[in-house]
Design a protein around this ligand. Structure first.
Ligand SMILES: [Zn+2]
Length: 212
C-alpha cells in the first residue's frame, strides 16, 4: 500500500548515508520514527530488529506474517517479536511492498546458489557479524543473527508457492518509514550482492533519517 509521510527531511534529528555494502546499527527509541530511503533505486536493505532492553526478544518474520495474514510488509504492517509483542509499525511506504521471506545472502548460500568461487564475495551475513563484533555495547551475539526484512527487495511468491528473486519494484527516492513501539536496535546490511537482481547488479547507498 502506498502511503506518503507527513514528515519533512529538514525536521529530522539525525541523517546518515549508508554506503553500498556497509552496515548500520542504531537504537530507535520508543516513539521515534525512522525512514530508509532507496537513494538510487533497486537496492536491498537487509534489516534485523531487537528489543534494546532485551536483545533476546527480536523481530520475528513468522509471528508477523501469521498475525497480519500476509506474506509482504507495507504501510500498516505491525512488526512482531518472537514473544508476539509489537516492535515497530510501518507508518509510510512509497515502495509498496517489502520481503521478509527470502532471507539474507551469506557466503555459504552464494556457493550453493551461484558457484564455489563466489565464497569469498562480500555478503550480508558478514556485514552483520562485523557489526556485532565492532559494537559489543549492543550485547548481540552470533545466535542473534536470525530472520530479517529485505526492504525494497522484490521476492514474489508464485501461485504454486515458489519464491523468485526479481528485478526491483523500488526506484530512486522511494522510502519506507517505521515507528518504534519499544526501544529498538536496528541493524542494517546494505546488501553487497552482485549475483542476483536484488540490487540491480549494482549495490548503491541508502539514507537513514530519524525523527523524535
Ligand atoms: Zn545481501
Amino acid at each position: 500500500m502506498i502511503k506518503e509521510s507527513p514528515r519533512a527531511c529538514s525536521t529530522a534529528i539525525q541523517r546518515d548515508i549508508v554506503p553500498a555494502g556497509d552496515y548500520y546499527i542504531q537504537i530507535i527509541k520508543q516513539g521515534q520514527t525512522v525512514r530508509l530511503v532507496d537513494l538510487e533505486g533497486n537496492q536491498a536493505a537487509d534489516t534485523l530488529f531487537y528489543s534494546a532492553n532485551d536483545p533476546g526478544e527480536r523481530y520475528s518474520a513468522t509471528d508477523t506474517i501469521r498475525e497480519q495474514g500476509n506474506l509482504y510488509l507495507t504501510a500498516g504492517s505491525i512488526l512482531k517479536t518472537n514473544e508476539n509483542n509489537d516492535l515497530l509499525e510501518i507508518v509510510a511506504d512509497t515502495c509498496g511492498r517489502h520481503d521478509t521471506v527470502g532471507g539474507a545472502c551469506a557466503s555459504e548460500s552464494n556457493t550453493v546458489r551461484y558457484d564455489l568461487e563466489k565464497r569469498g564475495m562480500h555478503a550480508c551475513r558478514d556485514s552483520w557479524m562485523l557489526a556485532i563484533q565492532e559494537h559489543e555495547e549492543f550485547g548481540l551475539g552470533k545466535a542473534d543473527i536470525t530472520h530479517n526484512i529485505n526492504f525494497f527487495m522484490n521476492v514474489p511468491v508464485t501461485p504454486e508457492g515458489k519464491l523468485t528473486f526479481e528485478d526491483g519494484i523500488s526506484a530512486p527516492g522511494k522510502y519506507v518509514e517505521l515507528k518504534a513501539l519499544m526501544d529498538t536496535i536496528m541493524l542494517i546490511s546494505n546488501c553487497p550482492q552482485l549475483n542476483n537482481p536484488c540490487n540491480g547488479y549494482n549495490p548503491t547507498p541508502i539514507e537513514v533519517l530519524i525523527w523524535d
